[in-house]
Design a protein around this ligand. Sequence first.
Ligand SMILES: Cc1cc2nc3c(=O)[nH]c(=O)nc-3n(C[C@H](O)[C@H](O)[C@H](O)COP(=O)(O)OP(=O)(O)OC[C@H]3O[C@@H](n4cnc5c(N)ncnc54)[C@H](O)[C@@H]3O)c2cc1C
Length: 431
Amino acid sequence: MNIPQSSFPRIVIIGGGFGGISLAKKLSQKEYQIVLLDKHNYHTFQPLLYQVSTGGLEPDSIAYPIRKVLQGYTNTYFRLAKVQKIDTEKNIVETNIGELKFDYLVVATGSTTNYFGNQTIAKNSMSMKSIPQSLNLRSLILENFEQALLTDDLHEREALMNFVIVGGGPTGVELAGALAEIKKGILPKDYPDLDTRRAQINLVQGSNRILPAMSEIASKKAEQFLEGLGVNVWKDLRVTDYDGKIATTNNDTVFETATLVWAAGVQAVNIKGLDAKDYLCPGNRLRVNEYNQIDGFEHIFAIGDVAQMESEQYPHGHPMMAQPALQQGDKLGENLIRLSEKKPMLPFKYHDKGSMATVGRNKAVADLPKFKSQGVFAWFIWMFVHLYFLIGFRNRVVVFINWVYNYIKFDREARLIIRPFKKEFRLNSEN
Ligand SMILES: Cc1cc2nc3c(=O)[nH]c(=O)nc-3n(C[C@H](O)[C@H](O)[C@H](O)COP(=O)(O)OP(=O)(O)OC[C@H]3O[C@@H](n4cnc5c(N)ncnc54)[C@H](O)[C@@H]3O)c2cc1C
């Protein structure tokens, strides 16, 4: 990998997401050599992926070059590499571009879609965990309408305009809201010769309320907002299979649809070599102690979505959200600096800053530590928080201008089929 030898211990960080970047920033200019590895050369701001899928934002505005984040950091190296295996005996990471020895290793590989073993759903549904996947979804949505114009078969036309989103968490709710706004504000103008009123947006949730991780009032309001936008909210309903045309459920409900978005499950991205039973938790997360050390290792850590730090308050680990990843990256950085100064490490304590979801124009729900809000005020908080956490001044400006433009013009101009989506790419579209 051509990383120079150094007198400082080498910390290898796998993953330039929220956790990995926050750690690399904390360790800049310290007495370590840092090597950050990521399979992409950019950081993805995942909370806004649904806006890329629905043409509200260009992909470039939610991605940021990792090399630019690290510019000016001494002793810090980035390599575009996919890590394939970790040898915990020899302290080596094996990647597609070669091997690298480490003194300390930090796994910050995030999470991916969990299909709970259903290969048919995995093969035929769409996912939205990365920018390429969001672009695929954007293309498919637009291609469906182009195709709906061409067919005389009413059945086929309805299936092309029938969208099923499985999973009523923030991702499903936000995507459903954005699709409903497209149906209302854009489709009638773009496709005047198609009866777009027949387009259906279905949000399917397995439990008895959407946004189950938020307060009851947030769930109730979000549901009202969605229904006001014309979304069909299905509760206590589970999609059991989808062959690319028909989605079956745990009761008699069946959806004929060309587009099923699977937002119903996540699992950690684990890497071969770190799969011993004693620290591997359900959902592939790696059990860590309060210093983020993986059980049984002093020099191998995990942070963010991939880490399961169990406590009385969080018996199944912290929520798989940006804040735990950012805070763990920062704390681990502090602890590694303390180690280099021969001081004891300090335990991680999570500061819950709340959660929120937007449902569409002027509508969001926010559960914050000191108050809860639903409606326009929550929507402003949502926008401010997302702009604040976006990496890069340019991205903030571009996103802000896009939002103002979309708001004033009731528009989403990035509805472009740049890279047509082919069904056979689905299984390989993860990366
Ligand atoms: C659609 C969507 C919406 C979301 N909305 C919100 C929200 O509103 N609020 C919120 O708090 N959270 C939200 N989240 C969750 C949040 O994005 C994650 O919790 C957060 O990104 C976790 O940070 P991380 O550092 O653990 O992993 P990530 O940010 O996912 O970063 C992992 C990195 O590891 C890299 N990587 C993975 N495997 C390898 C490998 N083998 N080799 C090299 N590199 C590898 C990846 O390329 C990636 O850059 C959302 C997630 C999604 C998908």
